[in-house]
Design a protein around this ligand. Structure first.
Ligand SMILES: [Zn+2]
Length: 409
């Protein structure tokens, strides 16, 4: 299989001229994308690269001053965006109330699949950025540790800041598009890198680790030796509370500048949470080593995640963070001869791992304790979920494709 990652390279330079060149190029690119988007919107969503090239390529170069490669990138970028939206629309059909009722007295809805014709306006490109093609628009001079980037006013050279950047310049990594971005007054090049890795065989599994994601503990892990590892969430909770207070204050103000700051703070909080998830997933992958099968709950909707939050924690914040941790763990384990699987989490917080008894009331939410009313087994409730998830993983390794916990009636 191929594993693609995004390398986030910070660009180090202290030169307003370079910043101006970047800004000018990004703005021209953004306007170009909007121009292409409008064309596609007005021409029956024709997304053939060849026909688009024929129809507007020379416009793009004369109107916006883009070089040939950048104009091509812009077309590709816009087409990709339309394809994504097309899929999203299809995956989110509408349900019309037909006004009729079925035999059981329930309302009958009609499902309507949507296509791009449902768009009211062309997709708009608001974030300034530019896609640079490897070796044409961007290249790395390893001997001088410099990145060379193309702008409308010629090439500029800047120093990349990225731990382990060198490791991607080996034959096994294929480097692709570099996205030039400006985030919080800092400049970045996000480079996509792909590596071919052998498919994980369940038979190579040496360790099975069940992971429960939560708020009190970001992750509770339980392995095949019966060892538990807790990754404290206190610091995260504290910081989240701080952000929450700050947001509430700004919301109360309601001024335009407060709204702007609110948005900024939200972005900063997300970036910070992303960083936490990167570190945590990296720690987990390193801790358990190669040939590990990590098992996490399939979050399905966000129901399972919302159950864990209390009144004070905004659920949307938690659910994306849980989801993101799963994604990071997935690709990082892939790159380390390991695998992450998602298995259904039903009853993982109600089941006694010793005797199999399933009873909701065995769990005391306030004491964070589970006590089995049948066999007397007791444990911390975060740990309980991790054990049950680990046991599902063990069943998976022994050949069950979709192990689930079933409650006897
Ligand atoms: Zn029991």
């Amino acid at each position: 299989m191929n594993q693609t990652v995004t390398i986030k390279v910070k660009l180090n330079f202290d030169n307003q001229t370079i910043a101006n060149k970047f800004e000018k190029t990004m703005e021209a690119y953004r306007l170009t994308c909007n121009y292409i988007s409008e064309y596609i919107f007005n021409h029956n969503f024709d997304m053939s690269q060849t026909r688009l090239n024929k129809a507007i390529y020379s416009d793009l170069r004369s109107k916006f001053g883009l070089k040939s490669q950048m104009a091509q990138s812009a077309i590709r970028n816009v087409v990709a965006k339309y394809k994504t939206v097309k899929t999203q629309l299809f995956n989110n059909p509408l349900y019309y109330d037909t006004g009729q009722k079925n035999a059981k007295g329930k309302k009958v809805y009609q499902r309507v699949y949507r296509n791009l014709d449902w768009l009211w306006n062309p997709i708009s490109f608001n974030t300034p950025q530019v896609d640079l093609q490897r070796n044409r628009d961007w290249s790395y001079l390893a001997s001088k540790n410099l990145l060379s980037l193309n702008t409308l006013d010629g090439r500029v050279k800047v120093t990349p800041i990225c731990k382990g950047f060198d490791q991607y310049f080996t034959p096994e990594w294929k480097l692709g598009i570099g996205k030039l971005l400006n985030i919080g007054n800092k400049w970045y090049l996000h480079v996509s890198a792909t590596k071919e890795i052998p498919d994980y065989q369940v038979s190579q599994t040496e360790h099975v680790v069940g992971i429960d994601r939560g708020l009190r503990f970001l992750a509770t892990c339980y392995d095949e030796h019966g060892k538990t590892a807790f990754f404290d969430g206190k610091q995260v909770a504290r910081k989240r509370r701080k952000y929450k207070k700050l947001r509430a204050q700004l919301q109360a103000k309601g001024t335009k500048s407060a709204k702007r700051r609110l948005k900024k703070i939200g972005q900063r909080e997300n970036r910070w949470m992303t960083d936490v998830n990167h570190q945590l997933s990296k720690t987990l992958v390193n801790k358990y080593g190669k040939n590990t099968l990590f098992v996490i709950e399939d979050l399905g909707g966000v129901r399972e995640a919302t159950e864990k939050t209390n009144k004070d924690s905004r659920y949307e914040n938690v659910s994306w963070a849980f989801f993101q941790l799963g994604q990071f763990l997935t690709y990082k384990s892939n790159l380390n001869s390991s695998q992450t699987v998602e298995l259904p989490a039903e009853y993982t917080s109600q089941r006694c791992p010793k005797c199999g008894r399933i009873r909701k009331e065995n769990r005391d939410h306030d004491l964070h304790l589970y006590i089995c009313d049948k066999c007397g087994y007791s444990t911390n409730d975060d740990r309980l979920a991790a054990i049950n998830i680990q046991q599902l993983g063990t069943r998976y390794v022994s050949g069950e494709e979709e192990p689930i916990i079933i409650k006897d009636k």
